[in-house]
Design a binder for this molecule. Structure first.
Ligand code: KG4
Ligand code: ZN
Length: 329
């Protein structure tokens, strides 16, 4: 079995995955959303302090599996460095105390593996990663051969939901709330412009800061932000945010074939986005792969699944060499 730890942002999570059949034997996650909500976003120092309290609590519950562990895996990149350090320090301590090898796991590869929890890995696959930190379109030949087809020039898809939510007085993380409000709103009431059109149509990239500013101006122009107006802004924003993603995805596959398309990351829980991706995949005769809802946002189960692959390849790292990296290219 492998014990995996995830603490790259504001979720503390530990999982136990069986090596032989990839079965998830234990998985627990404690989200810090409520603590960060009042600040309108993640406060790194607070996140780190909370990880230091919650990770040991979860670890205690995983203790019955300790005698059968073969390795310790931990997210070491990318993420908030002060948060990553908490998980990595715990992993190093466990590695020394239990005499077990250590695996450093990339968080983005972890998200890709959320598609294969308790399942066999299937590549090649093209993957859209939409989270609070990333908006990436990837061609994944294997976990070692990943080509970046497009990324964001500024804000990420999930981050734009969080920032628009903040303007509307919604608590962090606002993604799920915006999706819920949008269901009650008129998506055509506000005519926001789809980003990167006109002269930039040839560019294969995403951009969300301009759309965010359009929403800001719209919010400021409202005499009164009543419930219906909030719902209409959410619906209009979500329509355009997803239309931008879809426009660029369609452009990317105009002359590229795709058979298997996956969507991962916290924002991949968005059903409106999933619906648009379904339609796109149907038009391309491709299969859409989605993670179970509980594995879309950050979790240690996906890190454990990725670690099973790393274990098979023997890519262990010493406690001295395992380093935290906030960015990843
Ligand atoms: O993957 P994740 O848990 O953390 C990062 O690695 O960033 O993603 C969190 C992000 C947040 O920005 C959150 O607002 C967004 O995912 N999110 C959503 C939805 N659920 C979560 N965005 C849009 N619609 C949703 N239903
Ligand atoms: Zn993530």
């Amino acid at each position: 079995m492998i014990l995996s730890i995830e603490s790259s942002c504001d979720d503390s999570s530990i999982a136990i995955t069986r090596l032989s059949d990839k079965k998830l034997l234990f998985h627990k996650k404690i989200s810090q959303d409520a603590e960060h909500a009042k600040y309108g976003g993640v406060v790194p120092e607070l996140a780190a302090r909370l990880h230091a309290v919650t990770l040991p609590k979860i670890l205690e519950e995983a203790q019955p599996y300790f005698s059968e562990l073969k390795a310790i895996a931990v997210t070491n990149e990318p993420g908030l460095s002060v948060s990553l350090v908490e998980g990595v320090s715990m992993a190093k301590a466990l590695s020394v105390a239990l005499h077990l090898p250590l695996l450093g796991i990339n968080h983005l590869k972890g998200h890709i593996c959320s598609l294969f929890i308790e399942d066999e890995i299937r590549f090649p696959m093209d993957v859209l990663l939409v989270s609070g930190g990333h908006t990436q379109l990837l061609h994944v030949k294997s976990l070692e051969e990943i080509t970046l087809l497009a990324t964001t020039m500024d804000d990420s898809f999930g981050e734009s939901f969080d920032k628009v939510g903040k303007m509307l007085g919604l608590p962090y993380p606002a993604g799920p709330l915006i999706e819920a409000y949008a269901l009650k709103g008129n998506a055509k009431r506000f005519d926001f412009t789809i980003p990167l059109q006109g002269t930039s149509t040839s560019l294969l990239a995403f951009s969300y800061s301009g759309l965010k500013n359009q929403v800001r101006l719209c919010v400021e122009a409202q005499e009164k932000l009543d419930e219906q107006t909030i719902c209409d802004i959410c619906a209009s924003f979500q329509r355009v945010a997803v239309a931008h993603l879809m426009q660029k995805i369609k452009k990317a596959y105009k002359e590229r074939s795709v058979e298997h398309f996956g969507v991962v990351g916290g924002a991949s829980a968005n059903l409106y986005l999933r619906g648009e991706l379904e339609a796109f995949c149907a038009s391309k005769k491709a299969t859409l792969h989605t993670a179970k809802m509980e594995f879309c946002s950050d979790n240690a189960a996906m890190i454990g699944r990725c670690a099973v692959e790393a274990y098979a390849k023997g890519t262990f790292v010493s406690i001295v060499d395992l380093k935290v990296r906030s960015t990843y290219e």
